[in-house]
Design a protein around this ligand. Structure first.
Ligand code: GTP
Ligand code: MG
Length: 507
């Protein structure tokens, strides 16, 4: 059957019947009085949404619809008959617009919904209604009013929950025939499907939904190329769109990613609202040998945008179940998490690496500057611990130390002799002057005051000369450096202990 989804029609309601002017005439009864009856009401034009209909085809041929007029009133107190309403059945999902103003008058989206398009005229009163004690022979009656008339534009927007979108030959009809009992024509040439097809999908647990397959959309559809984009109207009411990508089509200016972008651009041109609907992207025809090869690049490209691609083959049914599960989840729960993937961390990682590289380079330069340092600390520079030349510089809270190695943003490198600062002194632990080869296993005691400090003096703790001190744990924050000769502080200074003379201490 031909599918028509847009018509222009004229409707007119019936006029009301006129009231009658009549007087009773009967043998032996003189001046019987007025007995003209009322006119009947004209019939209205009423639209009813009928679930049995799927097209507006009938209105393509019959464009004028006039309801009957009401009967005129008659003598002998007879009222005219009111006319029946004219009922116009339209498919569910029909929009009724005023053809002149394009104003939307009603959306008949529920089965059985009624809407009066044109109201019938009222019947006029007969002269019997106008008799009074002082006007016993009213020789007039009331005329019926005119019925309303209007030119309307009917637009059918199919009611479907899920819409299938894609280029021609993407496999949309194959898809719908696989998941529902719809049997649209499937063929290996573009624009096989010329009108939308609906299919009822029986999902698990008694759940079901309606899927719509529409003709293919190509580049320039908004300007009328191909079949144009008017069929997109039928997926406007859908809650989810399945975007089928033909992985078998390449060449002739076609590529999966390009197809994806072109179709989305056409959607946006038609309606930004439609473009923003949740889309399940399915890469179809994976059974083809070439398709597999193209899939990876396409998946990766969309992954960068955070979009998940469902690889499917409508011909073999492969991957269809997980696709339908995601569609059902969006449809029934509204959750769209499954449609997105985390964009690859590569970019982020690359940035981090680049930054780290810069930091290392910078620290390296600084280290080079501090090459006067006697030794190298084993610990490498951490992000937050830029290298510093301890001897000259003094940190805000911790003074610079003579250390060769460990450098961190927060803990400046210190001039250390041969020390290997594995662990810096604990927080606020003051550096101590370790004499000779003494190794302070347990370093600074809490709140231990700074001892013999070297030359450099920081705000809080001055830098100290460190000899060959080897501190396994670097000095912690705020720990002032101490002069230590060959000290090896195995255990860091306790909290709040002033900084000690230690090598490579971490602030
Ligand atoms: N190899 C392979 N061929 C497929 C697959 N899906 C569809 N086809 C073929 O692709 C061709 C087009 O399929 P249709 O379902 O008619 O495509 P369509 O998107 O409805 O096309 P139009 O109605 O023209 O827009 C047919 O020859 C199908 O047999 C698939 O998964 N694998
Ligand atoms: Mg088709």
């Amino acid at each position: 059957m031909k599918f028509v989804d847009e018509v222009r029609i004229f409707v007119k309601a019936g006029d009301g019947g006129n009231g009658s002017v009549s007087f009773r005439r009967e043998k032996y009864i003189e001046r019987g009085g007025p007995d003209g009856g009322d006119g009947g009401n004209g019939g209205s034009v009423v639209f009813v949404a009928d679930p049995q209909l799927t097209t507006l085809l009938d209105y393509r041929y019959q464009q004028h619809h006039r309801a009957k007029n009401g009967e005129h009133g008659m003598g002998s107190d007879c009222n005219g008959r009111a006319s029946d309403d004219m009922v116009l059945k339209v498919p569910v999902g029909t929009l009724v617009k005023d053809a002149n103003t394009e104003e939307l008058l009603v959306d008949l989206s529920e089965a059985g919904q009624r809407w009066v398009a044109a109201k019938g005229g009222r019947g006029g009163l007969g002269n019997m209604n106008f008799a009074t004690s002082t006007r016993q022979t009213p020789r007039f009656a009331q005329d019926g009013t005119k019925g309303e008339e209007i030119t309307l534009r009917l637009e059918l927007k199919l009611l479907a929950d899920v819409g299938l979108l894609g280029f021609p030959n993407a496999g949309k009809s194959t898809f719908i025939s696989r998941v529902s009992r719809a049997r649209p024509k499937i063929a290996d040439y573009p624009f096989t499907t010329l009108v939308p097809n609906l299919g009822m999908v029986q999902y698990k647990d008694g759940l079901s939904f309606v899927m719509a397959d529409i003709p293919g959309i190509i580049e320039g559809a908004s300007e009328g190329v191909g079949l144009g984009h008017q069929f997109l109207r039928h997926v406007e009411r859908c809650k989810v769109l399945i975007h089928l990508i033909d992985m078998g089509a390449e060449g002739e200016g076609r590529a999966p990613l390009q197809d994806f972008d072109v179709l989305n651009a056409e959607l946006a041109k038609y309606s930004p609202e439609l473009a923003s609907k949740p889309q399940v992207v399915a890469a179809n025809k994976l059974d083809l040998p070439d398709a597999q090869a193209r899939l990876e690049a396409f998946t990766e490209a969309l992954r960068k945008r955070g979009i998940r691609v469902y690889p499917v083959s409508c011909a073999t049914g492969e991957g269809m179940q997980s696709l339908m599960d995601s569609v059902a989840e969006v449809l029934f729960t509204g959750r769209t998490d499954k449609l997105h993937v985390e964009p690859p961390a590569k970019a982020v990682r690359a940035k981090k690496v680049a930054r780290a590289g810069e930091a290392v380079a910078a620290s390296g330069a600084k280290k080079a500057g501090a090459s006067s340092a006697k030794g190298k600390a084993g610990a490498s520079a951490s992000k937050k611990a830029p290298a510093r030349k301890a001897s000259a510089s003094a940190a805000k809270k911790a003074p610079a130390r003579k250390s060769g190695t460990a450098s961190s943003k927060k803990s400046p490198a210190r001039k250390v002799g041969t020390s290997a600062a594995k662990k810096a002194a604990a927080k606020k632990a003051p550096a101590r002057k370790a004499s000779g080869t003494a190794s302070s296993k347990k370093a600074a005691v809490k709140k231990a005051p700074a001892r013999k400090s070297g030359t450099a003096a920081a705000k809080k703790a001055p830098a100290r000369k460190v000899g060959a001190a080897a501190t396994k744990k670097p000095a912690a924050k705020k720990a002032p450096a101490r002069k230590s000769a060959t000290t090896s502080a195995k255990k860091p200074a306790a909290k709040k202990a002033p900084a000690r003379k230690s090598a490579g201490g971490r602030r």
